[in-house]
Design a protein around this ligand. Structure first.
Ligand SMILES: Cc1ncc(COP(=O)(O)O)c(C=O)c1O
Length: 396
């Protein structure tokens, strides 16, 4: 066996999405990109805001001394201080630079946190449907993902979470705005979750239970929807986020971890800086930390995504599909007529060159995920294909 068993199994599991990407590339080469309706990827389609370009330009033309050198593993002190000031204002919590650790995208940040908090066989509760990589991230550090279903509207089901908690639960991992559902959790449900975790923590005082919130879509919300900060509902809370989606910087791998200032556990912050180093990241990319520091306050403009959301919703509705309008992020998660999500996605791809991802990939069958972070033309071009495809599927 030339590769690790765990990696071999992960390769098998991810083969559906990989095959779809490969098939997408093949279809585009054969028929032309405008003849393929590719809604499979959560890749930001907007260019970074002008503040990012300005910061890059300033940094390249007049670089501060030692810009490209190592720095403290947690990141540039000035970047962490700027983030702390911004978070203090946004979340109404007294965040200090010590609470912030810069990381290599949210994916890197989640690995840094899990490395720091998991002992072998510790459990991490994730809420289905969930971001596909969580399973690998928990396993990377000897942990085990315990999947707990959300309710019928994809909100938190505290009864199910309560039933899943054990003395081995080290973290409950939530994601709002959610990939793949587009749901944003309300303050009231986060408050209920906080109370539940507090009660569990009180019963098991020697085993720390964390609330870990994965928030790369935090700045992408529509219709004045408000995201609440989990630091207000539970003390041992850790937030992981990035500039991948809201600033269109996914390829630059820049994000940050922030520990709630109410979390007084000794050594946690030092542990995060240490695991950043020992995982081989050493520190988040220096230039991008500086860009983030300067562009931080730039407003995130969701107007264009909102237009895409409206246009896509109109097409899906006309096709007769059932869905809730996303409140945040950039995904629809409609139900599949008849429920066979894998069959439906294959049917769309083979017969109509529509690429979407089956709900089972995210731990919820009977649905499919569609990313509308695509050029407007892709949405407009797909209209007839959707109408024909859903009609034909219902006749099969
Ligand atoms: C829910 C969720 N978490 C984490 C990530 C990883 O984000 P990043 O590119 O910042 O590592 C993604 C990326 O798609 C995501 O959807």
């Amino acid at each position: 066996m030339h590769i690790a068993e765990q990696v071999r199994l992960a390769l098998q599991k991810s083969s559906t999405i990989r095959k779809m990407f490969e098939e997408g590339a093949r279809l585009k080469a054969k028929y032309g990109a405008d003849q393929v309706h590719d809604f499979s990827l959560g890749n930001p389609c907007n260019e970074p805001p002008p503040a990012v370009q300005q910061a890059l330009h300033a940094l390249v033309t007049a670089p501060p001394p030692r810009l490209h050198s190592y720095m403290p593993n947690a990141g540039h002190p000035s970047t962490r201080a700027a983030l702390a000031a911004w978070l203090t204002q946004r979340d109404q919590l007294a965040v200090s630079a010590d609470d912030v650790v810069m990381c290599v995208g949210a994916g890197g940040g989640l690995n840094v946190v899990l490395k720091a908090i998991l002992n072998p066989d510790d459990e991490v509760i994730a809420i289905a449907p969930y971001f596909v990589e969580y399973d690998s991230y928990a396993r990377n550090h000897g942990g085990r993902l315990v999947v707990c279903d959300s309710d019928a509207q994809f909100h938190l089901d505290c009864n199910r979470i309560a039933a899943a908690l054990t003395p081995r639960t080290r973290a409950v991992l939530i994601n709002s705005p959610n990939n793949p559902t587009g749901v944003v959790y309300h303050a009231a449900e986060l408050q209920r979750l906080g109370k539940l975790l507090q009660a569990h923590q009180a019963k098991h005082p020697t085993q720390t239970l964390y609330l870990l919130s994965d928030e790369p879509y935090r700045q992408i919300v529509y219709d004045d929807v408000q995201c609440s900060s989990i630091g207000n509902f539970y003390d041992n809370a850790i937030i992981v986020t990035s500039f991948s989606k809201d600033m269109g910087l996914a390829g630059e791998r820049i994000g940050y971890i922030y520990v709630s200032p109410r979390c007084t556990l000794p050594d946690l912050r030092a542990a995060l800086a240490l695991t950043t180093r020992t995982l081989g990241f050493v520190n988040a990319p220096s230039l991008m930390q500086k860009v983030a520091e300067h562009a931080l306050a730039a407003p995130v403009d969701v107007t264009s995504l909102d237009h895409k959301r409206t246009a896509m919703a109109e097409i899906l509705r006309a096709a007769g599909l059932k869905f809730s309008l996303p409140q945040g992020a950039f995904y629809f998660f409609p139900s599949v007529p008849g429920g066979d999500d894998a069959g439906f996605c294959e049917f769309l791809q083979k017969n109509y060159r529509i690429l979407v991802v089956a709900g089972r990939t995210f731990g919820r069958r009977g649905h499919f995920r569609l990313s509308y972070s695509v050029p407007d033309q892709v949405i407009a071009n797909s209209r007839q294909a959707w109408l024909d495809a859903v009609r034909a599927w219902q006749q099969t």
